[in-house]
Design a protein around this ligand. Structure first.
Ligand code: PGA
Length: 252
């Protein structure tokens, strides 16, 4: 099994100067941690300089999005080749904010996942249900559809590079977290769907991480669940002390 993954999604926050200062403090605070894979996803504007500032540290870089074409006339978009070129190893894809505000659907997200893999980037594929869907008892159905569609065409051998992030939309930025057992139920279901799609051996390294109001107050209980392999953290990743505490979780 691979290491747990703790990823900080900075979203649309911080100027370059703020980002660089912050990255440097994370580098110092998190130095020497090797039992957890640590990833940060700053905005595109500062990826190059954050990468430089991190040097050979144990913190890896993610982009928050990409476009599936490698180059061409696509004003405003960033290609997987460019994301790789700037030094990212990971890319967050299909975040609910992309799905919701920018109308990304499963087939677009699938093209992005395939393009990321083709360019040796590790995709973090986000899936999650709305509150309405949960209340109507449709959670499993929605998640299963998103997982199957998002991974269409992925080869068995590529699954070790893929991370699935389960992020219930009602828990993102709201302070409402799924209870650890609620999250675990969905993670378990995702694991089953993966097993239906791919052979067991291919999945040993596929991580399923949780996102949605993760913070120092709930990370330990979440990480104690057998199928929760890490966290995708928004708000609490913007402050050094809370992100440090998350990375240094103690599963209880
Ligand atoms: P949050 O965001 O931790 O602020 O809820 C999580 C995410 O959107 O990935």
């Amino acid at each position: 099994m691979t290491l747990p993954l703790m990823a900080g999604n900075w979203k649309m926050n911080k100027t370059i100067e703020e980002g660089l200062t912050f990255a440097l403090s994370l580098k110092e605070l998190l130095a020497g941690i090797d039992a957890v894979e640590i990833v940060i996803a700053p905005p595109f504007t500062m990826l190059d300089r954050v990468k430089e500032r991190l040097g050979n540290s144990n913190i890896r870089l993610a982009a928050q999005n990409l476009f599936w074409k490698e180059e061409g006339a696509f004003t405003g978009e960033i290609s997987p080749v460019m994301v790789r070129d700037v030094g990212c190893e990971y890319v967050i894809l299909g975040h609910s904010e992309r799905r919701g505000y920018f109308n990304e659907d499963d087939s677009m997200i699938n093209k992005k996942v395939l393009a990321a893999l083709k360019n040796e980037l590790n995709p973090i594929l986000c899936v999650g249900e709305t509150l309405e869907e949960r209340e109507e008892g449709k959670t499993f159905k929605v998640i299963e559809m998103q997982v199957r569609a998002g991974l269409a065409g992925c080869l068995q051998g590529q699954m070790r590079y893929v991370t699935i992030a389960y992020e219930p939309i009602w828990a993102i930025g709201t302070g409402k977290t799924a209870k650890p057992e609620e999250a675990e139920d969905v993670h378990q279901r995702i694991r089953e769907v993966l097993h239906e799609l791919f052979e067991m051996d291919a999945l040993e390294d596929t991580r399923i991480i949780y996102g949605g109001s993760v913070g120092p107050q709930n990370v330990d209980a979440l990480m104690a669940q057998p199928n929760i392999d890490g966290a995708l953290v928004g708000g609490a990743s913007l402050k050094a002390d809370s992100f440090e505490r998350i990375v240094r979780f103690r599963a209880v």
